[in-house]
Design a protein around this ligand. Sequence first.
Ligand SMILES: [Zn+2]
Length: 273
Amino acid sequence: MRPGWLNARAANTLQENESASLPHVSRRFRSLILAYHAVSDAWVHQLAMPTLLMERQLRSLLYRGFRPASAGDTLSGARRLLHVTFDDAYKSVAGALPILERLGLRATVFACAGYADDGRPLDVPELAEEAAAHPEHLATMTWDELRDLAERGVEIGSHTVSHPHLPELSDAELDRELRESRGRCEEELGRPCRFLAYPYGEHDARVQTAVRRAGYAAAFSLRGRTSPTNLYALPRVDLYPRDTLWRATLKTSFVRQPATAVSDLVRRSRRPT
Ligand SMILES: [Zn+2]
């Protein structure tokens, strides 16, 4: 079956042309990288994946022949590799790790440096109301907690300092978000911070170039904003509680869905009131 990011290709032609000078993976990117946010049975929200559903989704992918791989391995161009990522570094993710460990799966957690300093709830404007009502569910991991994860074999990547809309920043602000988050991550954890996940999956050619200049090896987006060969716009399949096993199977079989919950959130927050 044709990968969905190939179907998305026409829509991304302009972006690919604009970023033609960026390094590309030598072969088409054919791994499956999942993007989750929180993992919780207590928080009923589109960003919170129930543990049993996540486990069923992962088991189903392994049954379908996907093989566990590290984030770095997925760049090799090998087929049917599976890597699991978690954006925002919610505290609840640590509780879900035993599931991944049992299944032999490798994971990356993308943390915002500005939140890891005190582990406060992710109170970005789009989630401010939810963070005020349920701070415990949006609490993020501190550097100590991220260090524990790294020692258990989880890769820690950058999700910037403050979770901004990167394409809207000035060059100087963009540079600071990318370099400072990477530097803080390496300083705190004592290991390389090689990967970035774009907040809201948002990026453009200018952002991609800044990410490369800031020293990242690759950057991950979400569906619909990606190129299968651009190292700085690698596709991930984002899964949400509404993705029953059947829906998740369709999404990971590269059937393209028009919108994601994160972009829904952004759109809703920007609707004039
Ligand atoms: Zn995020």
